[in-house]
Design a protein around this ligand. Sequence first.
Ligand code: ADP
Ligand code: ZN
Ligand code: ZN
Length: 739
Amino acid sequence: MYAEVLVELPARQVDRAFHYLVPAQLKDQVAVGSRVQVPFRRQKLPGYVIGFSSPPQLDQVKEISAVLDKGPVFDARQLAFARWLAGYYLCPLVSALQAVIGPRFSGAPRRVRGLWPADAHVQNPPDFSRAPAQEKAWRAALARPGLSRRALAAAAGVSAAAVDALAAKGLLLVREGVKTRSPYQVETRERQLAPPPLTCEQEKAVEEICAALQAAEHRVFLLYGVTGSGKTEVYCRSIAQALALGRRAIVLVPEIALTAQMIETFLSRFGRRVAVLHSRLSDGERYDEWMRVAQGEASVVLGARSALFAPLDDPGLIIIDEEHEFSYKQEETPRYHARTAALHLARERGAVVVLGSATPSLESFYAAGEGSYRLLRLDERIDKRPLPDVRVVDMREELRRGNKGLFSRTLLLAVQRTLARGEQAILFLNRRGFSTIVVCRECGLVLKCPHCDVSLTYHTNGRMLCHYCRYTAPAPAFCPDCRSRQIGYFGAGTQKVEQEVKRLFAGARVLRLDSDTAARKGSHREILAAFRQKEADILIGTQMIAKGLDIPSVTLVGVVNADTSLHMPDFRAAERTFQLLAQVAGRAGRGELGGQAIIQTYQPEHYAVRAAREHDYEGFYRQEMEYRRSLRYPPFSRLCRFLLSGTRAAEVEGAINVLYSRLKEFAGQEDAGQEGIQFLGPAPAPVSRIKDYYRWHLVLKSPREDALRAAAAAGLAACDHFTSGRLRVIIDMEPLNLM
Ligand code: ADP
Ligand code: ZN
Ligand code: ZN
């Protein structure tokens, strides 16, 4: 018997199955899905058995050395999913398989000796009405079984005597057991909160989704609902229906939105049937949650991107909240987009997909318009609460009046008033805005590349450069449009803003949340918690504060400069800006107090800014689609990006030029004109050097996915021949990040 083994080396050169003989003594243990150890090029490597067949030559076949686990670690369906991922994203199958298998080897069940609630009493706890300390200890033991006597007393906030009393009554037993490292303390019984009666709009959405679940047919819904319209309630009702039909559900949310609040909502609704998966869990916790899914204990999986691979054999419903979020794209191999992968999975399994957003991605809204997705709308906020009032401040006007500071008078005044009323303000700075752009402070003109319609970036040598096509020009002394000499270079950071705020509002308590202050584990949460508890008046932050924050006493949100993200050298700059502004503005006025948002910009007439002011997603969509159509950007085409990097600049540039000419040859054979493949670049990537690696990229664009994939595969194969081991080649079949 010969097994086909995929060795655990994620390199293209060994991206195929190798044959190994299954020794007689291992015959019973080796199956598809087994993880084994094999000799490979004078080392012993772990590998995965993906099939059985006879090798072409029998003489050189080596033997499997060992089987590494008790049972198989993946099944045929998971293997099929991995094969699809590898084929779609052109990555090594072993990388795709590892993503699909998940954190299976990162932990092991932990056996501990400690105090466990006696089974006989779990269902029928005694009356604790005269022993509140014992009740606390009992609840703590239910939530966290297996603790020591002292740890349990501490967790419950009671004396050790209360714990001893429970043990004396036989309620707690000392024994050894498998301890689930659950990060969330779930009470054993779900809180029986009656769900609110649905609004008409919610009712209609739920009905349609449930009908599709009932029919067990694959359908995709786009739940387009303004912020605060109650999308979560629609998710919950749909999940309840899926569970009632004996199926299970996956709920994906952006990592940044996976807050305590969100988790709490799901736990209170579905209790221990929820497994939560995200990157802040320890390895052990993640392993335990994963196993609860694998063993069928949990039937609702809530998590970030990779939770899509949770081992559910029968996902009937897949929900993707904030489906427009860029964080659904994984920026390392396998470079999959969770939405794309979810749609594939759902098609395979006949599952219903619900994509939810207040500002859907252009791709999804387009698909809904074309009729491939069913559009469900929630146009009104719950309780008919108004959307926040958004004011746009023209910073050019400020300048004309002699204000050269970071803040307009309007924003200063608004902050002052907010502080005077004892309410809270958020100041948002979009640092995704990349390096330095060149702007005319008089007329707002941003200097752009004449060939690519992206903004030029300013370099310290006094020149501006296009990072798509390498066009370059000296930075002008005066504006080419209005002749003003007020040329500005932008890139103010959060620290600068903090400094200014402290200077202007002496006595105000200020917190800052950005990647610097949040670097320490848990500090992100601490900063937010402190702000929530009104330990500060003003929170300054980057996009980390844009999402999921729901603080009733925040009545003012200020966007210090909307333009930085507007002029990123990326064709999605307007889309990102609109989504961000809509989201940031949504942080204001969540409570009874109402609230307003103030957006500072040098381009108040830009359609992304105007649409954000009017809460007009569809207006934005129409404008943006025209731009995309005229330049044949997605959703009117698909992109593929090659990124080459290495420590020698000339070598990287030489290699990408060879790749470019090979690809042109390949594409030229087809001669499909507009339907064929177009190229952007090769050019240095906007971030042209990272850690001493020079980076060049080449973007392919085509309306035909098959043509694009064929070209990409050919280009990738070509790279194997002309690149040396010193060069790194990355291919991204669905690039969202072009930096
Ligand atoms: P979205 O996700 O669309 O921004 P949420 O799901 O956060 O909105 O809902 C906003 C608020 O409205 C939440 O506090 C939620 O509990 C509440 N809510 C949702 N549906 C209803 C309903 N049918 N009746 C009353 N309150 C509701
Ligand atoms: Zn000008
Ligand atoms: Zn250009």
